[in-house]
Design a protein around this ligand. Structure first.
Ligand SMILES: *Cc1c(COP(=O)(O)O)cnc(C)c1O
Length: 402
């Protein structure tokens, strides 16, 4: 291990823990068994890979699990969100409010479906869309409030539903609330109901890094609106010979594995929450770091364990901390994610003139060190020690330069 991290380029460090886990959950013999069964069944040319024998039960199980009336499976969360927005037939100038701290996917979906993306600030504790800032930017052209459950912290939808009611669009009525729950599958709202049962539509992703995965890709929409549920089914299978549509079906093998992952989701999430609470407890004595909010009852699933460094460390100090963690201790970390308009040219051009200083400031203080429910206790202890010691090191630098 090098002692002076500044002399070794970051790319050369062998990380003992990657910047983020490549798989959010984990597989057991049951997933392997499901996959073997599907392979064997699909060998018959009369049956083949036709998906519905598994995608119908997977959708039914997902609807039951979330408490939503309809669940429609897709080949990814990104395409699923595009189809939900497509159904709204946004006209030029129709506005979609979304938090600036976000994954680029939902913002690109808004742009692809002809919406005007309106950026709003996160609230500083959960980093979810701030209802007060959404109220600042809402206009009579607002069609959608897009709420992302950021890094697993489930947002309270009630303020957004209420905001929508108070600001109806002159033609379409109250803006709809669409929820991006790609990082919060299995989470619960403050009222106790599952993520997916509230709002007009909720989009889930089963990409590899998410809390459950259908062989690395996949998505789902839940809704209580039967018209949306029906339209989504047409949209993902070539429009049923009448309307426009495309092919965004989830495959049979993905659905078969999805059924198993869904049955194991609570167990995987519980393990993750336990691990996150342990980490927060261990880091509670490190006064410089702001920890993720401790909310119980699966209201935070800790897709990432967000840490915020003190304001004076924003940018350079945070970068130094990440570098030290990697170089001296082999602990990878990631900034998940900076404001989309800073990192993506198309989004920057589209939102020209808009800026979210609070989002920028929070992103400059943010780091998410590697965490996974399958990390063994000694590994977790080593990562926590590394975070404590690296933070103490940076704190000394800042104390002497004051
Ligand atoms: C992963 C993710 C998506 C997109 O899901 P894909 O299935 O990868 O297309 C959307 N929003 C958020 C917040 C995500 O993390």
């Amino acid at each position: 291990m090098p002692t002076d991290p500044s002399t070794v380029p970051r790319s050369l460090h062998a990380l003992r823990w990657p910047v983020e886990p490549a798989q959010g959950g984990w597989y057991t013999e049951a997933e392997h068994e499901a996959l073997r069964r599907v392979l064997a069944e699909s060998a018959n040319w009369r049956t083949g890979w036709r998906a519905t024998s598994y995608s119908d039960p997977f959708e039914a199980a997902f609807a039951t699990y979330t408490g939503a009336r309809h669940a429609v499976a897709f080949n990814s969360g990104g395409t699923a969100l595009e189809m939900v927005l497509h159904h709204l037939r946004l006209a030029p100038g129709d506005e979609v409010i979304s938090c600036a701290l976000n994954f680029v996917g939902p913002h690109l979906a808004v742009i692809s479906q002809g919406g005007r993306l309106i950026l709003a600030e996160p609230e500083p504790v959960t980093l979810n869309l701030d209802p007060a800032d959404a109220e600042r930017v809402i206009t009579p052209r607002t069609r959608v409030i897009l709420v992302t459950h950021w890094n697993g912290a489930c947002a309270d939808l009630r303020p957004f539903l209420d905001l929508a009611e108070r600001h109806p669009h002159p033609v379409h009525g109250p803006p709809v609330v669409i929820v991006d729950a790609a990082r919060a599958c299995g989470g619960r709202a403050p009222s106790g109901v599952r993520v997916g049962s509230e709002g007009w539509a909720t989009v889930f992703s089963f990409e590899s890094k998410k809390l459950m995965t259908t062989l690395g890709q996949g998505g789902m929409v839940t809704t209580n609106d039967p018209a949306l549920g029906e339209q989504l089914r047409w949209l993902r299978t070539y429009g049923g010979r009448e309307r426009w549509g495309t092919n965004q079906m989830m495959s049979k093998a993905q659905a078969a594995v999805g059924l198993v992952q869904l049955a194991r989701l609570d167990q995987m999430n519980d393990a993750r929450v336990t691990r996150a609470h342990e980490r927060s407890r261990r880091l509670a004595g490190t006064a410089e770091l702001s920890l993720p909010p401790a909310v119980g009852e699966r209201r935070h699933l800790y897709y990432r364990h967000n840490l915020l460094v003190p304001e004076p460390w924003a940018g350079a100090g945070r970068d130094e901390l990440m570098e030290l963690l990697a170089a001296r201790y082999g602990v990878g970390s990631i900034v998940n994610d900076p404001p989309t308009y800073l990192g993506h040219r198309l989004i920057r051009d589209h939102t020209r003139g808009q800026r979210c200083p609070r989002a920028e400031q929070l992103a400059a203080r943010l780091l998410c060190p590697c965490m996974h429910p399958r990390m063994r206790p000694p590994e977790e202890a080593a990562v926590c020690d590394a975070i404590e010691q690296s933070t103490a090191h940076i704190a000394r630098t800042y104390a002497t330069t004051d």
